[in-house]
Write a protein of this length. Sequence first.
Lengths: 309, 114
Amino acid sequence: MNRDEKITKIQELVYEMKVQEVMRRKVITVGPTTQMSELREILRVNRISGAPVVEGDALVGIISLEDFIKWLANREDDCPIGAKMTRDVKTLYADEPLVTAVNKLEQLGYGRFPVIDRETNELVGIITAGLVIEGLLRKLEIDYSEEEIHRYRASHIFEDILADRTKLLFEYDVVGQDFERAGESASGLKTTLRRLGIDPRIVRRVAIATYEAEMNVVVYTPGGKISCEIDPEKIVVDVRDSGPGIPDVEKAMQPGYSTAPEWVRELGFGAGMGLNNIQKCADEMVLTSDVGSGTHLKVCIFTEQGRGS
Amino acid sequence: MKLSEIVDRLDLSVRSGKEKLGEDVTGGYASDLLSDVIANSNEGDIWITLQIHQNIVAVASMNKLAGIVLVNGREPEEGTLEAAEQEAMPIMVTDMPTFEVVGKLYELGISGTR
Ligand SMILES: Nc1ncnc2c1ncn2[C@@H]1O[C@H](COP(=O)(O)OP(=O)(O)OP(=O)(O)O)[C@@H](O)[C@H]1O
Ligand SMILES: [Mg+2]
């Protein structure tokens, strides 16, 4: 994004985003009967420069550091906040667009606005200029990384390469019993396919099949290899391990069948659904296994183009 | 219903994915078995679980779930939070047990069937 693009993007965002997306939800409030002398400590401890005044569920006023300083300067006697607060509180609704907040902050010159739920009239948050900026930056960052992804496109890659046949190959090593890193191959492959601009529905199926296969290698074997071959028509995921093998493949395929040990179940594995999930995602699935030497899984998922031909 | 509204009504603490609180929650699923969640949850679901390791983020983002609620006061592991920020996946925590959270969500009109 260049500078001008970024500015128009922000303009777009202030119309698109809602107050509730950037407001702070945990609001420090004070009661009208709290003494002015206590206010300083409340503001200091919470590092805020003002607070809505709330009685029961109702917003009855707002008190700021400025009010406090005025009270100090006049050397008045201690009194409840209720006597010094601003009663005519300017508020925003949670579902209003951010642009309303930006305009009000600028026009009215207040540092903060309590945010009210339109239906219940309850105080649900608070908004300041700082929070607006923070929210915009966060959103900009996300949008930016999404744009980044659109830069590469698989179609382009395949279009740009001049050959009778083109294939991309990605390989991942899976370490057995390593639950810290379990799932990294599938997630890496997912990101790669996304970056290549492959249809998100296809990416999702490949990701699930690879994830389940990877987890099985982690749980049941000392380790293995995942390779993923991509051509314009199909994506083939090939998973080989040198584990104990599966004595009865048919039985292993049954939903709910699992030999996962207790400690693995505690981590959330062992529903006996992994191979079924793979099957559901695959256009073709071949599982072969030799007890003692290992297991080989091959999953094929057709792309839009492959499906057509 | 917006995820932010659920966060307010159930008084959940948000640990990650704040930027996605404006998204819609269209259903719910409760399970602690990951493959079961992959098989049976739907896009837009809010997922209630006591699992806290990073694979929950992978599972939730594969199924495009709206967010994950960790129950019984359990906190996400560090790797889980990192992954969740990367994937912009909201993780919320609560002291309530699963039964209580599901009941409250159901009262708000969030259903497990569609
Ligand atoms: N690579 C493998 N090596 C050895 N055994 C395997 C392998 N993959 C699967 N199995 C066997 O097949 C069974 C069923 O696998 P499946 O993935 O369907 O379920 P699970 O891993 O037990 O549970 P879930 O995947 O739902 O967490 C496993 O319990 C295990 O006995
Ligand atoms: Mg499995």
